[in-house]
Design a protein around this ligand. Structure first.
Ligand code: C5P
Length: 215
C-alpha cells in the first residue's frame, strides 16, 4: 500500500470531525467524514419515506445511490446535502440505519476505495476496527458526555433556527452512543492498537499536537 491512513474513532461529539479536519489540512491529506455518509443515506430514506424494516426498498435505494465528497461538501446523487444531513431528524434516525448490514457493506466499499487512492484522515466509529484495520495510526477520542453535549450545544446555537435544549442534546447523544456501542455489526469500540485520548479538558490544538506526536 502506498497511501497513508489515519483512523479517528469515538463517540458522538468527542471532537472527531474538528480534529480530523484540522489534522488533514496540516498534513495535506484528504479528510473523510464517514458519519456524513451514514447521515446521507438516512436523509435519503427519510425523504423517500422508506422504513428501515422495508428491506427490498432499502436495498434498491442503496444500489441507486451515489455518495461523494467534493471541496468540503458531501454530494448525494449529485446534490449538496452538507447541511441537510445535520438535522435533528437525521441525527435521531442515523444509528438505526447504520446498524443495517447492507448499509455498512455499501459504505465500507466506498471508504476503502477512497483510502486506497489517497492519503486520508478518516473519522467514524469503525475506522480502526473495520474500515482501515492496517491504518498507520489509530486514535480513539473520548470526552465526558456533559462536555460532548455542551460542545454540540455551543456549535448548534450559532444557527438561528436552533431550538434544542442542552438536556435534549445530551439525551440524544447518550441514546446514539448506546445504539452504536451495542449494535451487532462493527460496534463503536476502540481498536486494540488505538491510542486513547480523553479530550474533555484539552483544546483542539492540544489534541492535534498530541496526535502528531504519535505519527
Ligand atoms: O460522526 P457522526 O456523529 O456524524 O455519525 C453519525 C452516525 O453514523 C453515528 O452515530 C453512527 O450511528 C454512524 N456511523 C457508523 N460508522 C461510522 C461513522 C458513523 O456507524 N464509521
Amino acid at each position: 500500500r502506498k497511501t497513508i491512513q489515519i483512523a479517528i474513532d469515538g463517540p458522538a461529539g468527542a471532537g472527531k470531525s474538528t480534529i480530523a479536519k484540522k489534522l488533514a489540512k496540516e498534513l495535506n491529506f484528504l479528510y473523510i467524514d464517514t458519519g456524513a455518509m451514514y447521515r446521507a443515506i438516512t436523509y435519503k430514506l427519510l425523504i423517500n419515506h422508506i422504513e428501515v424494516t422495508a428491506h427490498k426498498e432499502l436495498v434498491d435505494l442503496l444500489t441507486s445511490t451515489n455518495i461523494r465528497f467534493e471541496k468540503g461538501d458531501i454530494l448525494l446523487d449529485g446534490n449538496v446535502v452538507t447541511h441537510k444531513i445535520r438535522s435533528p431528524e437525521v441525527t435521531d434516525n442515523v444509528s438505526k440505519v447504520s446498524a443495517i448490514k447492507e448499509v455498512r457493506m455499501t459504505l465500507l466499499k466506498i471508504q476503502q476505495e477512497i483510502a486506497s487512492k489517497n492519503n486520508v484522515v478518516m473519522d467514524g466509529r469503525d475506522i480502526g476496527t473495520r474500515v482501515l484495520p492496517k491504518a498507520d495510526l489509530k486514535v480513539f477520542l473520548t470526552a465526558s458526555v456533559e462536555e460532548r453535549a455542551n460542545r454540540r450545544y455551543q456549535e448548534l446555537k450559532t444557527d438561528p433556527s436552533f431550538n434544542l435544549s442542552l438536556r435534549t442534546i445530551k439525551n440524544s447523544i447518550e441514546q446514539r452512543d448506546y445504539e452504536d456501542e451495542n449494535r451487532e455489526l462493527d460496534p463503536l469500540v476502540p481498536a486494540n492498537d488505538a491510542i486513547l485520548i480523553d479530550t474533555t479538558k484539552m483544546s483542539i490544538n492540544e489534541v492535534v499536537e498530541k496526535i502528531k506526536e504519535n505519527l
